[in-house]
Design a protein around this ligand. Structure first.
Ligand code: GDP
Length: 333
């Protein structure tokens, strides 16, 4: 097949495309901010700078749960429900593990078929193969781009394993945990820590024989969540049940999110949280830049290897070696 050379877009082209809610341009803009090429990065910096006034108006929702809990099906159904309420919905998927495990999220684009065809929705599986820090940075910028393109709700989906929960928690307004009824905590691999991060829980697959168990699980979970220490937001997480199959519980789930938004708007947490998330982003971005600066420096790397050898031979302490590296890093130009 002949490769079609695409005309290189200018910042003004991207910006106009986003303002026109053009999802093709949005996809290209996300690819641009993901690019490692110096030219692209330069353009990406300018683009992000130029769209900042258009950003921030969406509700950013993180959704997690173990593989099989029904995330894709839920997002497809819930996303469709939201578009029927005249909301534009973007879905960004994060799966840092999929490079290794060919995890479940990679196939999402085909699994969320209905939503993918919906003109008021946009689905973007994440590019994988990068370190978590890089994925976090790109996803944060992708959120901004979606907002500039006029999306009212941005969903960031992640798998219920590993560190990706903490990462997603740090970039969204509302964190939703999907759980199955009747499966013990061990079975679901859900750690207490993840439950503590949640602003809301949805018990999935509340249909057929499972319906009764789901209602029981809802009550049990609500009780358990009341026993947790109150979150910084002052909000006690709420629990709903849902059946993506029967398209039930969607409105209740959305209402939980709206309540949270109103509650945290009123007590000031919503704004303060976004501010502290930006501070965290700055820290992460700086660390990322600093690390790659050091990795790229041959002299620094050679010295590090030399020091590692000295440590291995018991000729130097880790403490002294780290101090020496710090001194050398200060001389880098
Ligand atoms: P994910 O791995 O968390 O993204 O889960 P999927 O969305 O792929 O769903 C896993 C399985 O559960 C699939 O076989 C779905 O058909 C099934 N499933 C998802 N939602 C429901 C639901 O609401 N009710 C029932 N009965 N099955 C569901």
């Amino acid at each position: 097949m002949q490769k079609i050379e695409r005309k290189r877009l200018s910042v003004a082209d991207y910006r106009q495309g986003l303002r026109n809610h053009d999802t093709l341009i949005l996809a290209q803009a996300i690819t641009l901010v993901e690019s490692q090429l110096a030219n692209d990065q330069h353009l990406a910096n300018e683009l992000i700078q130029s769209i900042l006034p258009l950003c921030g108006q969406s509700l950013r929702i993180g959704i997690t749960g173990v593989p099989g809990v029904g995330k894709s099906t839920f997002i497809e159904t819930f996303g469709t429900f939201l578009t029927q309420q005249n909301k534009k919905v973007a879905v960004l998927a994060i799966d840092p593990s999929s490079g290794k495990t060919k995890g479940s999220i990679l196939g999402d684009k085909t699994r969320m078929e209905e939503l993918a065809k919906n003109p008021f929705a946009f689905i973007r599986p994440t590019a994988t193969g990068t370190a978590l820090g890089g994925v976090a940075n790109r996803t944060r910028e992708a959120i901004l781009l979606c907002e500039a393109a006029g999306f009212d709700v941005v969903i960031v989906e992640t798998v219920g394993v590993g560190q990706s929960e903490t990462m997603v928690r740090g970039m969204v307004d509302y964190f939703l945990l999907l759980m199955l009824a009747g499966a013990g905590d061990e079975l679901q691999g859900i750690k207490k820590g993840i439950m503590e991060m949640a602003d809301g829980v949805v018990v999935t697959k509340a249909d057929g024989e499972n319906h009764k168990r789901a209602i029981q699980a809802q009550a049990d979970l609500q009780h358990a969540l009341h026993l947790f220490q109150l979150a910084e937001s002052g909000w006690t997480p709420t629990v709903s049940t849902s059946s993506a199959l029967e398209k039930k519980g969607l409105e209740e789930t959305w209402r939980m999110m709206e309540h949270y938004k109103n509650f945290t708007d009123q007590n000031g947490f919503f704004k303060a949280n976004r501010q502290s998330q930006n501070n965290l982003w700055l820290e992460e971005r700086f660390t990322l830049l600093w690390n790659s600066r050091l990795t790229d420096d041959k002299k620094f790397q050679a010295m590090k290897i030399d020091l590692q050898n000295k440590i291995a031979e018991n000729k130097m302490t880790v403490r002294d070696a780290a101090n020496l590296l710090l001194e050398v890093s200060k001389t880098l130009t």
